[in-house]
Write a protein that binds this ligand. Structure first.
Ligand SMILES: [Zn+2]
Length: 112
């Protein structure tokens, strides 16, 4: 199997919207300052302790599990897949369950 280039990994980390990814998996996010808060799907969470930063495109849990990372770590943990499989799922986003429902692509992601 061909190796996935580092540039491709960096591009996915940059271009896949973590907020949209998380929301597309049924986690409701609420804006909180610069960040978004939601219920962490990785532990029994009653007070929202999942923090998603759209600015950094990173997430972390302030609660019991203390997990965190980027879009790739999110997919690995959420889907229980390997790093490579997570990359493939993100790269083939159009055919994956992560495709966001009806939001228009943010302008920042448009190719000029
Ligand atoms: Zn958690």
């Amino acid at each position: 199997m061909a190796r996935i280039a580092q540039e491709e990994i960096d591009r996915l980390k940059r271009e896949v919207s973590l907020v949209r990814l998380v929301e597309s998996q049924g986690v409701t996010l609420k804006k909180h300052g610069k960040d978004y808060l939601g219920l962490c799907p990785f532990h029994d969470n009653r007070e929202p302790s999942l923090v998603v930063s759209p600015e950094k495109n990173l997430w972390h849990c302030l609660g019991a599990c203390g997990e965190g990372g980027d879009v790739i770590q999110w997919v690995m943990k959420r889907q229980g897949v390997s790093f490579r499989h997570a990359l493939e799922l993100l790269r083939d986003g159009d055919h994956s369950p992560f495709t966001a429902p009806a939001h228009p692509a943010p302008a920042a992601l448009a190719h000029i």
